[in-house]
Design a protein. Structure first.
Length: 630
């Protein structure tokens, strides 16, 4: 068990944790959340022994093996497979001892190797690398041949290879694509040790974690359940806290007015002093910070052509290498397209072509005269002028705007005060990404092209971006490993695979199943099969084809169900707000009499609407399940 007792942790003058006491039991999968800079990574450093607490105590079983992902980029002549195998320390030690041992000692070492399942180590490491996106031939390539992002995947593979008791993962999905995220999620769900996970991917947290530890204002609070459960519980807690804060604020103001009025009068001085002492004793309830620090939206595009773009028979690639062929795609106003597909299949290539950064090798592409593209990719961060401030960047886009208007706009992206005038050079990756998005949004595009827009963004900013994209009136094409964003902002999925870009008949759950089948097929490809196995594979292929055809026929019904689910979510949010208002005793004051009637009418209307939508959803859901099972 990991035990923290009255623990305080500081970084310089800043308090990260104060008087934190909690325990983590073996086998738990705990998600660590909180805004950037609150101390999540520092807590990991404490557990790894790289940082000491300022007060209190921390303990864990001394024999536990801890695994974490190295942050330094490796530069090694080893092959990718050899590098991943280094994660299993005992396997490496035994192999070194076996190389030098003789006689009976050699037999003992081989027995020990067999006991730790060492003879399958290379196979397990190859499976890890395959799941993280490495092709079979690539696992024999030297580490030095891979780019920085792929080397970070090698670090992750090494951490997963370790037969650890405690696994610490700090934003493990940052360098992964959607396929690798889905594979890693399944792997972690079956991990038998204790897992501490820092992530800004809510779907990832939901699928894996059974407990959430949330840090804010130097306090750590444990919540049972996954991330969605945490959000609901915390929202209820904050609503109650806000109500208590408002009530106490009125009491304090009343007492302070009495003190200010009568402390100079001899006849009232004693009473005034009594109230003053009561004020000093009264615990100040912090106002609930329920609002996100981000608040922005897309302004309507200045012009919106009937058709934005049309591709017919287009081939695209780099130099003489063709990545995609015979692409046929038409983009109309309001269309919301998500690109999915295996790593390296050409998703970013297609977006670069749409953005005008790559020429067509063949085919025709028509663009509307008034097409205005907003393109976001990670290289946009590198194009920011590091010696200029956010205000200077924005001023270059609009030299006529009032400075206060520009400052207000940047405030919606959490650039406030002196930060607006500071040079970009020392900004974090998240701050640079927010600024790049702010500059893109300000230009009022009618076609958004977003390639992994959520990298470096925390949960609050991801939520704000999703809400802004939902209200965007133009068209968009997006590549993202954040499934929550894909689910909430896209209506159509296009599968990029085997040189083709075609509409995918299904949702992200169907895509996850498609990936699992593909992964198993690739794993089996190198193994010999007999005739029976071949027939069985053919039968499964026919079954998949029939299932895909059935999903295609039921797609309109599935989309209607998804729309109803979103509507129920919105109605439940409205109902929760009204319930919070009606649960507050102050609501029933005489001053609120007229407003109270309206709140009660609103609640009746919301509950009636919810009942109607739920009934429609249940009817259609039963119809869908019956048709799917037929």
């Amino acid at each position: 068990m990991i035990v923290f007792s009255d623990l305080s942790l500081r970084r310089g003058p800043k308090a990260l944790l104060e008087s934190a006491s909690f325990s983590i039991h073996p086998g738990q999968k705990l998600g660590l959340t909180g805004a950037n800079g609150v101390g999540k990574s520092s807590l990991f450093a404490l557990i790894r022994g790289e940082l000491g607490q300022d007060s209190g105590s921390f303990s864990m079983p001394p024999a536990w093996v801890i695994a974490h992902v190295k942050q330094e980029t490796p530069s090694s002549p080893q092959t990718a497979l050899e590098y991943a195998l280094q994660g299993d320390g005992e396997y490496v030690r035994l192999q070194a001892q076996i190389a030098e041992a003789e006689g009976a000692r050699l037999g003992e070492l081989h027995a020990r190797l067999d006991a730790i399942d060492g003879y399958t180590a290379e196979s397990r490491a190859a499976t890890l690398l395959h799941g993280l996106g490495f092709k079979p031939e690539e696992i024999q390539h030297p580490v030095t041949s891979f780019s920085g992002g792929w080397r970070m995947r090698l670090n992750l593979a090494q951490a997963l290879m370790c037969r650890s008791d405690l696994l610490l993962l700090d934003e493990p999905t940052n360098h992964l694509d959607l396929d690798a995220v889905i594979w890693l999620q399944d792997w972690l769900k079956s991990y038998r040790g204790t897992l501490l996970l820092i992530s800004h991917d809510r779907e990832f947290l939901d699928a894996i974690c059974t407990q959430i530890a949330h840090i804010e204002q130097a306090r750590l609070t444990l919540y049972g359940g996954n991330y969605s459960t945490f959000e609901i519980t915390r929202a209820e807690k904050l609503a109650q806290q806000q109500s208590a804060y408002e009530k106490q604020k009125r009491e304090r103001e009343h007492m302070q007015r009495y003190v200010d009025r009568f402390r100079a009068q001899a006849t009232k001085a004693r009473q005034a002093q009594s109230r003053l002492k009561a004020l000093e004793r009264m615990e100040v309830i912090a106002p609930a910070h329920v609002d996100s620090p981000f608040s922005f939206q897309f302004r309507d595009p200045e012009k919106m052509p009937d058709r934005l773009l049309n591709m017919v028979g287009v081939s695209v690639g780099y130099g003489q290498t063709t990545i995609l062929t015979q692409v046929r795609l038409q983009i109309l106003p309001g269309e919301r397209i998500g690109l999915i597909g295996p790593n390296g299949a050409g998703k970013s290539t297609l977006i670069k072509f749409l953005a005008g950064h790559l020429p067509a090798q063949a085919g025709e592409c028509w663009q509307a005269q008034d097409l205005k593209i907003g393109y976001f990719a990670q290289h946009q961060l590198e194009q920011l002028k590091v010696d200029q401030s956010p205000l200077q960047h924005l001023r270059q886009l609009d030299k006529q705007a009032r400075e206060q208007d520009l400052r207000n706009y940047l405030g919606g992206f959490a650039f406030h005060g002196e930060r607006v005038d500071e040079a970009v050079a020392p900004f974090s990756g998240g701050e640079k990404a927010r600024l790049a998005l702010a500059l893109l949004i300000y230009q009022r595009p009618n076609l958004l092209l977003l390639d992994e827009p959520t990298n470096h963004l925390d949960l609050d900013m991801r939520l704000a971006l999703s809400m802004a994209l939902q209200a965007f009136t133009g068209a968009m094409v997006i590549v993202s490993h954040d499934r929550h964003m894909l689910k909430t902002v896209t209506d159509q999925l296009i599968l990029v695979d085997n040189g083709q870009a075609t509409e995918f008949d299904g949702d992200l759950e169907d895509y996850a199943g498609w990936l699992q089948q593909r992964f198993r097929a690739e794993e089996m490809a190198s193994k010999p099969t007999d005739t029976t196995t071949a027939h069985s594979a053919a039968g499964r292929k026919d079954q998949r084809r029939e299932s895909a055809e059935k999903r295609k026929q039921l797609q309109p019904l599935k989309r209607k169900l998804d729309q109803l689910e979103q509507e129920m979510t919105q109605i439940n949010q409205q109902k929760a707000k009204l319930d919070a208002v009606l649960a507050d005793p102050d609501t029933y004051n005489e001053a609120n009499k007229t407003q109270l009637k309206q709140w009660l009418l609103d609640k009746t209307a919301v509950e009636a609407k919810l009942a109607t939508v739920e009934l429609e959803w249940m009817t259609l859901s039963e119809e869908y399940e019956t048709a799917l099972a037929a």
